[in-house]
Design a protein around this ligand. Sequence first.
Ligand code: GLU
Length: 483
Amino acid sequence: MANRNTVTRFAPSPTGYMHIGNLRTALYSYLIARHGGGTFILRIEDTDRERLVEGATDVIIKTLADVGLRYDEGPGVGGEHGPYVQSERREIYKKYAEELVARGAAYYCFCTKERLERLHEEDENGGYDRHCRDLSPEEVKKNLEAGIPYVIRQKMPTEGVTSYVDEVFGEISTENAELQDQILLKADGYPTYNFCHVVDDHLMGVTHVVRGSEYLTSTPKYALLYDAFGWPRPHYVHLPLLMGRGEDGTVSKLSKRHGAVSFQDLVAAGYLPEAILNYIALLGWCPKESENEFFTLSELEALFTIDGVSKSPSVFDYEKLLWFNGEYIRRLPFPKFCELATPYLPADLPKALDKDKLLSLLAGRVSCFSEIGEKVAFFRELPAYDVSLFPNKKNKVTPELAPTLLAAAEEALSAISVWDNDTLFTVLSSVAEAAGVKSGAIFWCVRIAVSGKTVTPGGATEIMEVLGREESLARLAAARAKF
Ligand code: GLU
């Protein structure tokens, strides 16, 4: 049973896809809660109404379900601190913004859009000039009664320093004079992120705010809101930046130009959710006293502690993810492998082809399901190839020897009707012996003849077993005819 000693939340804005950095935030937040036997909350931050994307919340919920990050409270699950979708909590924010005004820590601002635009034109970085900060209570009342549109702004201290201690980055301080009187409640009645996440984190009893380090420097403003309400501040756990390496070797914030960056795109490209999750767990965290890199989610729950989180940026390494994925695919039980790999097989494979044998040939040989199409293309159709592929030093195949070996192989294979790997192997081995060559020479030539390639999943006999007798013999004949 979850306790409330450690309460974390994942608070995504519904963008329509799950950026891998966001998924890492969700994972770490989840793990901190689970490690402490605590509570993990999902909260949807949809107050930026201009950026709403249809169906985006479902993508978030489905992603968390796909990777097994079960939440104790949130949309669809409920909980005593709901609703868990911010657009359904408007009245709450309004009430708290008004309370802050009453406490003298916020104020009504009636400045028009035109005035603010003019200010911005005059000085791009100047920010708001605090024009309405000292309006008299009578003026405010009069404006409100006249129905003049307003926003509510946070009244920042103008001197001194605000600090907090981040669990990962240590002490972070900001000169108060640098803080803008930021908007808490917009003219449309919706709160800003800056305001509502603080109110929600407090009301939902969040003890550890876990999020990306882009919020590291704005957190003093949020800490001031806690102080103004007289609420205890939460622990802050900001996570290291997630970077990508460009083709020229330079490192920058992970984005589409580095490759697929959403969970959905990676899954569609043939990555397993477990492999993705395992890999991203290590992007910014490492276990104490363990060399192991393979962790199930429940192992991570047992191991994950905040002091293992690094503050240096992590670089997303696609090669490493591919390696992880290959390892995970190799560990799949064969029936599961078949289930997941089958959709990647070409739809128009020849009927005579043995699909089960093809799948066992592939098992253990793919690092990502999306490789399958290319790997098996030659089964569907023999690619055009040149006889120059046959001569090979290592296997001692000369241009003169190749056609002789192919003819001998074709003759011996035409004579048999049992067509399994073992029989094919025995037959070809005796062909080699009779020809006085190493068996490598014959297997090399036959493999090229039946695949049109020098690198294939599986060897000559395995490929022929999948192709079946008729097609294999036809391909051998076609190879011989090339000389
Ligand atoms: N909605 C914010 C985001 O997606 C949440 C930041 C936070 O966790 O406080 O970036």
